[in-house]
Design a protein around this ligand. Structure first.
Ligand SMILES: O=C(O)CCC(=O)C(=O)O
Length: 217
């Protein structure tokens, strides 16, 4: 068998099927300008079903689920370290679109950090606007992305994520710009999407879970 030689990030990307055309120029532009890009129907029906089943199986096994950064979040089912909890998640971080987006934003070698899951139950889930990395300095280049894999539809009232387009370009922290990070932001959007979509965002982009207002009286 021929030995696989991977010496550079380019070798690794090629091995995973990434080419210059994996992202369209519109997709790259959106990521650059708005700080995020949406891939609709990235997860096919069988894979979606498999991920949903695995999620429920793990929640059952872990008695409701916890998450390592925050511990627990009230009324939210969370799982962490999914990379070590089933082959179904391997396709998440090896997907060519995701790797291409990571390389486009970071522009050099990078590594996978973690795969976690989050599901806000009715009445819960509202988070502060936050970035997923420390405040960026003026001379600092972008260092990472995060991705949201939709196992359920994103609706305006079911706890979908709010994003504030363009904020990845700001230096400093969210608190340097707004007084109340829990409050609605005038520029925030909640993308309404079907399960199976994936949102990729620069990890400096301000975002946060919203309250799941379904089944509330
Ligand atoms: O689930 C979401 O809507 C976003 C979660 C998030 O940003 C976080 O937990 O840090």
């Amino acid at each position: 068998m021929e030995e696989l030689k991977i010496n550079t990030i380019q070798d690794a990307l090629t091995e995973f099927g990434v080419s210059d055309n994996t992202l369209s120029s519109e997709e790259k532009g959106h990521l650059d300008e708005q700080g995020y890009v949406i891939f609709e129907d990235l997860i096919d029906r069988d894979w979606l079903e498999e991920m949903r089943n695995k999620f429920e199986e793990l929640i059952e096994k872990e008695k409701g689920g916890t998450e390592f950064v925050f511990g627990t979040e009230n009324g939210v089912r969370r799982l962490s370290d999914l990379i070590n909890k089933g082959e179904v998640w391997d396709r998440v971080w090896t997907h060519p679109k995701i790797l291409a987006a990571a390389y486009h934003v970071i522009g050099r070698e990078f590594k996978m950090n973690s795969i976690n899951a989050r599901d806000a139950l009715p009445g819960e889930g509202h988070q502060k606007l936050h970035a997923d990395w420390r405040a960026r300095q003026a001379d600092e280049t972008y260092t990472g992305i995060n991705t949201l894999w939709l196992l359920d539809d994103y609706l305006l009232n079911n706890g979908a994520t709010r994003l504030v387009p363009g904020t990845h370009r700001f230096t400093g922290a969210v608190k340097d710009y707004i007084e109340d990070p829990m409050a609605p932001h005038p520029n925030e959007i909640i993308p309404e999407l079907k399960a199976g979509a994936v949102i990729v965002y620069n990890w400096h982009l301000w975002h946060g879970g919203t309250q799941n207002r379904t089944q509330l009286k």
